[in-house]
Design a binder for this molecule. Structure first.
Ligand SMILES: [Zn+2]
Length: 93
């Protein structure tokens, strides 16, 4: 019998698709109430996952999934900052 490696899967809060964790970006709400793209994937706080696609971030904003996931109301400015973080992470790839 071949051992099947378990691949960690997470659901994107934008498109609601389940994908491999490594293909998603972890968002985290810090104890200070700030939402960041968590590059290490290990920051403390409430987390949610999104595809590396800005459209998924926009979907999550429009549907309210982002605010629901973090139980906050993000301002447009905060959302813009988050988009920049995602873009920066994508450029590094
Ligand atoms: Zn997605």
């Amino acid at each position: 019998m071949q051992k099947v490696k378990k691949i960690p899967m997470r659901q994107c809060i934008g498109c609601r698709e389940r994908k491999e964790k490594k293909n998603l970006i972890r968002m985290v709400r810090t104890p200070e109430g700030e939402v960041l793209a968590d590059e290490s994937g290990r920051k403390n706080g409430r987390g949610a996952y999104l595809c590396r696609d800005l459209r998924c971030l926009e979907k999550a904003v429009k549907s309210g999934a982002l605010n629901r996931a973090f139980q906050i109301n993000m301002s447009e400015e905060e959302i813009e900052q988050l988009k920049c973080q995602v873009e920066n992470m994508n450029e590094k790839q």
